[in-house]
Design a protein around this ligand. Structure first.
Ligand SMILES: C[S@@+](CC[C@H](N)C(=O)[O-])C[C@H]1O[C@@H](n2cnc3c(N)ncnc32)[C@H](O)[C@@H]1O
Length: 211
């Protein structure tokens, strides 16, 4: 992070009834993604006890709303120090400070080998690198999914496969149903399968994963 750069203005938006602060170094919270939080909270009723894991949390809003709705504690992961700081602030503002642990670092590096979670929420960057120029407002770290848009999604799938507790479920956000199909090999390699796909017009899709 360039500590000499001017700090952008903090904005606050409503996300499913929660007040979420962020700035232009992060992806602007997208209203429709509250559906991923609500789905996770519904699934929380049917999975074993334990904390929710959120991979690629940004300002933390998707995982925080899922935690608030389900009453579960949350572990949030993001490579961006700015994201980690806002997630901590947003957790505090929501009264969830004691229920939220934020880990700053690569999603492939911040979990202990034997840690498992009954519910995982993942919202990786999923824009193909060649298309990222269409979103000049969005930070590259938040949207650049590599050549086919799926580099980070594959990393999330591998991490979910390694850390999903027995009887656990995951909800993974992607851009298109075509991307879901192209994750087939990664899912098979991680011992996961697609149980349901929900589309949100042309804004994105959320996939429910299980073993
Ligand atoms: C699509 S954004 C999602 C942010 C937030 N969940 C939202 O919906 O606004 C992806 C996030 O992944 C983070 N990220 C990118 N690569 C990562 C990695 N290797 N490990 C952990 N986080 C990563 C980015 O910093 C960014 O916050």
């Amino acid at each position: 992070m360039d500590l000499t750069a001017p700090v952008p203005l903090t904005e606050t938006v409503d996300f499913g009834g929660m007040s979420i602060a962020f700035d232009s170094r992060l992806l602007r919270p997208r209203d429709w993604t509250a559906a991923q939080s609500r789905w996770a909270a519904e699934l929380a009723v049917e999975v074993p006890t334990g904390r929710i894991l959120e991979l690629c949390c940004g300002a933390g809003q998707i995982g925080l709303l899922a935690a608030q709705l389900s009453g579960r504690s949350l572990v949030c992961v993001d490579a961006s120090p700015v994201a980690a700081a806002y997630t901590r602030d947003n957790a505090r503002a929501a009264g969830l400070e004691g229920a939220v642990e934020v880990r700053e670092g690569l999603l492939t590096e911040v979990l202990e080998p034997d840690e498992t979670f009954p519910l995982v929420v993942a919202d990786p960057p999923w824009v193909p690198r060649a298309d990222t120029g269409r979103f000049p407002e969005d930070p590259l770290l938040a949207i650049d999914g590599g050549a086919d848009g799926l580099d980070l999604a594959r990393a999330c799938v591998a991490t979910i496969g390694a850390h999903l507790a027995p009887g656990g479920l995951a909800v993974l956000q992607l851009g298109t149903t075509d991307q879901v199909a192209r994750l087939h090999a990664a899912l098979a390699g991680a011992g996961l399968r697609v149980a349901e796909v929900r589309g949100y017009e042309d804004r994105g899709v959320v996939v429910r994963l299980e073993r």
